[in-house]
Design a protein around this ligand. Structure first.
Ligand code: RBF
Length: 145
């Protein structure tokens, strides 16, 4: 249960369009979790970026614009080349830099799976809903201030 000090927080949801069948579900879960906690729809910015690598730019941009927290959502699926590792490493490091530089909560809602099936299982399937969990994470941090 979340007990926010107030409900005027401005929260950004940055979502990668790669694997959008899954990232769309992550986004819907994150959005609904914010609404359920009392965040006003007008204070939620949804920004779709091309791929997970661009989550870094999106998070940094919204943080610079004064958002109180940012939720990053993406799905990177292991392919035949080493892109997977480069993208996952860059996003993990990039997002942690944003959170330190701007001193705001930035949620790492990046699924890094071998198959699309595993990604589906983590977006409302038997392994939970990582979009909802990412939103819950920033709310939990905003609760304390
Ligand atoms: N972006 C994702 O969000 N998920 C992926 O699984 C993914 N796979 C990629 C595989 C390759 C070979 C390349 C070149 C890019 C991939 N991207 C993926 C896109 C990446 O995050 C970024 O949008 C592009 O590299 C352009 O900066």
């Amino acid at each position: 249960k979340i007990n926010l000090p107030h409900t005027d927080f401005k929260i950004g949801i940055v979502t990668a369009l790669w694997n959008s069948e899954v990232t769309g579900v992550l986004k819907a879960g994150a959005f609904n979790t914010l609404i359920d906690a009392g965040i006003k729809q007008d204070n939620i910015a949804e920004w779709d970026v091309p791929g997970s690598y661009e989550l870094i730019y999106g998070a940094n941009k919204l943080a610079t614009e004064g958002f109180d927290a940012v939720i990053c959502l993406g799905v990177v699926i292991q392919g035949e080349t080493r892109h997977f590792d480069f993208i996952c490493d860059a996003v993990a490091n990039g997002i942690s830099n944003v959170t330190i530089k701007h001193n705001i909560p930035v949620a790492f809602g990046l699924l890094t799976t071998d198959t699309q099936e595993q990604a589906i299982e983590r977006s409302g399937g038997k392994h939970g809903h990582k979009g909802e969990e990412a939103a819950w994470t920033v709310l939990k941090l905003l609760e304390r201030g």
